[in-house]
Design a protein around this ligand. Structure first.
Ligand SMILES: [Zn+2]
Ligand SMILES: [Zn+2]
Length: 212
């Protein structure tokens, strides 16, 4: 038995996931702001300084159920049981890769060129241009569908800067000066102590505006 169909099916599963990731983020979350549960959760994420993972168990469970009980039988019916598992594995695996990189993007400094790229791409979406760069794991669908903005440098409100890029005083670490720039005031002690977003940041996020 050749592994080629398995590899191809897993790759197609990942491609399918990357389109779903882009499509949900753009069309459901940002283009229908606040009109569905996913959009509300996502726009609250835009307004928060830190990534909060309290509801992630729900998306993980849904992804496993959809992969095993919808995608797998569909690909099995079209091809074979092995291809069905490979397609579902590629799609579900793509989601877990996305979840991992999205989480570490907000939580820790990059360790690879890909890590540096996804942080620039995604933090530009967060802090400069919420209607661009919707794809997270790949810019492919942004390029294909016209929402790609190449990024050299990302300007971030100092009070919302991810903790990995600042020192204890909230100033940008030297090693990030070529890629990131901070503007405005530092986070107050109260803002640092909470994960709740401020009213103004929520209003900006739900209007698809970068935080002011
Ligand atoms: Zn994010
Ligand atoms: Zn977004």
């Amino acid at each position: 038995m050749t592994f080629l169909p398995i590899v191809l099916a897993a790759g197609l599963g990942w491609l399918f996931f990357s389109f779903v990731e882009y499509g949900m983020h753009r069309y459901a979350f940002h283009e229908r702001p606040g009109r569905n549960w996913g959009s509300r959760q996502h726009l609250i994420h835009h307004a928060q300084r830190d990534l909060v993972m309290s509801k992630f168990w729900l998306t993980w469970s849904l992804t496993i159920l959809l992969s095993v009980f919808v995608l797998r039988p569909a690909a099995t019916a079209l091809f074979s049981p092995v291809v069905g598992w490979a397609f579902a594995g590629g799609a579900g695996g793509g989601f877990f890769v996305y979840e991992y990189f999205h989480t570490v993007t907000h939580w820790r400094a990059p360790r690879t060129a890909y890590g540096r790229f996804v942080r620039r791409h995604h933090l530009h979406h967060h802090f400069a241009s919420p209607m661009a760069n919707h794809g997270f794991t790949t810019p492919l669908w942004d390029v294909v569908l016209g929402t790609y903005e190449p990024v050299d440098r990302v300007v971030i409100p100092r009070r919302m800067a991810p903790r990995w890029m600042v020192d204890d005083d909230g100033d940008l670490l030297d090693r990030w000066c070529h890629t990131y720039e901070l503007r405005g005031r530092k986070a107050t002690a109260q803002e640092r102590a909470t994960t709740d977003p401020g009213e103004g940041d929520l209003a900006d996020a739900f209007a698809n505006l970068a935080p002011s």
